[in-house]
Structures are given as C-alpha cells and as structure tokens.
Design a protein around this ligand. Structure first.
Ligand code: FAD
Length: 369
C-alpha cells in the first residue's frame, strides 16, 4: 500500500531559511506570522493528511463514487473525513478573517494544499474547488450571498464547484450553448449541460453552490457566437432563502452521470444538467460602454473578473497537484527502489548477505528517481 510522509522540514526550510517570511511584516497577511505558528500549522496539517486523508486514498480508488437514481455517493469514509476537515478548520485557512477564515497567505495555504493532494487528490479536489468558488462569491456576490452562502462554504457546511466546460467546448468557451434568461424579479433561469465538473455532486453536504458561466440570449432568443454576452452566475443545487439562509427546496440542477476522468475515482466528476435552474447574476449590472463613435452601448457581460479569479485559483491548484503527485510518487519510488532486490551493483555487492542488491544501486534507477 502506498505511503506518504509530509515534507514538513522542507517547507520550514523554504519558509524560514529561503523566503524568510517572518521578516516580511510589511506584506499583508504576514504581520503576525511567526516560525512557531507556521510550524504548528504545518505539523497539524501533516498529521491530518497522513492519518486521515492518506488511508482513504486507496478506499476512494477501489470504491469510486456511485450514482443511483440520481443520488451521488462518495466512497466510504469521505463524508466523515470532510466533516473532520472542516471542524479542524482546514477549509478556511486562507479565507478572509471577516468571513470567518484564518486569513493566512497563500504561501502557507498552498503548502497544506500540496500535502492534501499528495495524500489524497480525489478528496482534496472537493475543498480545492470550494475555495476557488467561495473566493469568487466573496469577491462578486451581493451581501446576502456572502452572509448566507459564502460563509457556509467557508465553514464547510456547503461545497462549491466551477462550471465552465460543455460537451462540445472546453478551451474555446465562446462556443458555449448554456443560456441564462432574465426573469422579472431579476433572477435568471439557466438551461444547458456542463461536463467534467469536479465535485459536481456528492453526499458530503446538504447543498452545493455551482459557479456557472452562461450566455444571455438577445431579444429573439439567439446566442451570440462570441464572449460578449457571457455572464457569471451563482446556481445553488438547493434553493436558499435570501433572508434566513435556510434551504427552501430543490433547484433545477441534476447529475446526469459520473465521468471517468484521469483515474480520479473518489472525486465525483459530474455531467450536470441545468433545467431552468434559478440563477443569480454576479458582478452587478454591467456599465455602459462608449463605442469608437462616442455612442453609448450597453455591455451585456459582467462578473468575468470573478470568474477569472476563480479560474486562476483552480489553475494554481492544478499546478500544486502536479508537484504533490510528483512528491508522493517520488517517496514511494524511493521506498520501492530500496526494497526491491535485483542483480548486483557493478562496483561490488552492496547487500552481500542477500540474494541480490536493491535496485537503488543502479545509476539509471537513481537517475529516474
Ligand atoms: C482533472 C480535470 C478536472 C476538471 N474539472 C473541471 C471543472 O471542475 N469544471 C470545468 O468547467 N471543467 C473542468 N475540467 C475540464 C477542463 O477545464 C477542460 O478539459 C479544459 O478546459 C480543456 O478543454 P477540452 O478537454 O474540451 O479540450 P479542447 O478544448 O478540445 O482541447 C484539446 C486540445 O487542443 C489544445 N488546444 C485547444 N485550443 C488551442 C489553442 N487555441 N491553441 C493551442 N492548443 C489548443 C488543448 O490544449 C488540448 O490539448 C476538468 C478537466 C480535468 C482534466
């Protein structure tokens, strides 16, 4: 069974010897950071990742997520681990203090993200996408959304997703077909299909907040062929009362199927169908823009800065995933190379009492590691 030991010493060396973060008091978020505090966070995070998340990695791989009558279930133990993750405060490490977060700088939160991704990537993608989603909502949402929705995502009561990709388009999002039609009360109804949605549905929380991009059609109901009418929306799986924050019923979002994506079986990668789902436009009303001729033109796109903030969070997360998988693969490769016996070293036996030497003695194995 694969193992993982969080590289806490390496992180401490980077933070304190190389970056000297405790000397950067002028940088926002670094004012109160002391070496003791960083060490305590990293050691606590390492313990959680090694003892709770890593043992669930193989469980997640073997069981995967399931869908039955439209209900998605995560592998055994994921729900309990997520509860503990949130209770221990790992979900809100980088969230602003006024939102109930610990307000730690990314250099620290990404160290924890790396440990989580090494220990159990499938699990860690749920809170990873939630962080990107709540950050976008905190940046662009109306006060009731921050109070009753974003704060629940930060505490871990609810999770979040990023819904961009569609069956026929990923990179080239101007081809998107998902449409959002404005209603008299100022809300929108979203119809369309999004695919590859990480953590798109699951049984770990009562609600999931989908951050969705969609096009607003023109008066004739037609969608533009470019990005000019793309907007950013909040679409809760379960509808939320604006005044109380209570769940009031089901929204028109359903999981069509769970996809097989790059072997990440413990993360429910969902095909999500939006069927006239109630949606809230983010980023306020777009301002009027002046054209070259000086004529005023109403822009139809808003909230895209929030969307790109979310995407950048996701991009950073994907970069960290690469480092994290490299780290855990290396650790297990080293263990294997020290245990596996085959052949003899060219410079004389290094394990003379055994039937062969460990493969670590071969220069090419060391080069590969
Ligand atoms: C692990 C994982 C998790 C994901 N999670 C989510 C999620 O939570 N939410 C979500 O919305 N999506 C998610 N996605 C989908 C992801 O965003 C898309 O896969 C991505 O945008 C690429 O789109 P595509 O797969 O349709 O590839 P395509 O757009 O069809 O591209 C195919 C290939 O062509 C290349 N290519 C395309 N256009 C250009 C160009 N102009 N110049 C040069 N090369 C180009 C691409 O780099 C790629 O190699 C996830 C994907 C993965 C793998």
């Amino acid at each position: 069974m694969p193992s993982y030991k969080a590289p806490v010493e390496d992180f401490l060396f980077l933070f304190h010897e190389l970056l000297e973060i405790d000397k950067r008091k002028e940088v926002p978020g670094f004012e109160e950071l002391t070496p003791d505090m960083t060490q305590a966070i990293l050691e606590g995070g390492a313990k959680f990742c090694e003892e709770v998340l890593q043992p669930l990695n193989q469980v997640g791989d073997e069981h995967g997520c399931t869908i039955e009558n439209g209900v998605v279930r995560t592998p055994p133990g994921f729900k309990e681990a997520f509860q503990k993750y949130c209770e221990d405060g790992w979900n809100r490490l980088g969230a602003p203090a006024e939102a109930g977060g610990a307000g730690l700088p990314s250099v620290i939160t990404f160290a924890f993200t790396e440990m989580g991704m090494s220990a159990n990537q499938a699990f860690s993608m749920y809170p990873g996408l939630t962080t990107a989603a709540y950050s976008a909502l905190w940046a662009t949402g109306e006060p009731w959304m921050k109070e009753h929705v974003a704060k629940k995502m930060i505490s871990g009561e609810w999770t979040g997703t990023m819904c961009l990709t569609e069956p026929h388009c990923g990179t080239d999002l101007k081809l998107m077909k998902t449409k959002a039609v404005e209603q008299e009360d100022g809300t929108y109804r979203i119809t369309g299909t999004k695919i590859f949605i990480s953590g798109g549905d699951h049984d770990m929380t009562d609600n999931i907040i989908h951050m969705v991009i969609a096009k607003i059609p023109d008066e004739d109901g037609k969608l533009a062929n470019d990005l000019s009418t793309v907007n950013f929306f909040m679409v809760p799986k379960m509808l939320v009362d604006k005044e109380t924050g209570e769940i009031t019923g089901r929204n028109g979002v359903s999981c069509g199927s769970i996809e097989k994506k790059m072997g990440i079986k413990g993360n429910a990668t969902a095909v999500l169908n939006f069927d006239e789902a109630v949606a809230y436009r983010l980023g306020g009303r777009p301002p009027e823009k002046k054209t070259d001729t000086g004529e005023k033109k109403k822009s139809k796109s808003a909230g895209m800065a929030g969307m790109f903030g979310m995407m950048n969070g996701a991009r950073m997360g994907v970069g960290i995933q690469g480092i994290a998988i490299g780290e855990v693969a290396y650790q297990n490769g080293v263990t294997y190379a020290n245990e596996r016996l085959a052949g003899r070293s060219l410079t004389g036996a290094k394990n003379p009492d055994g039937p062969a030497d460990p493969i670590m003695v071969f220069p090419d194995v060391r080069r590969l590691l």
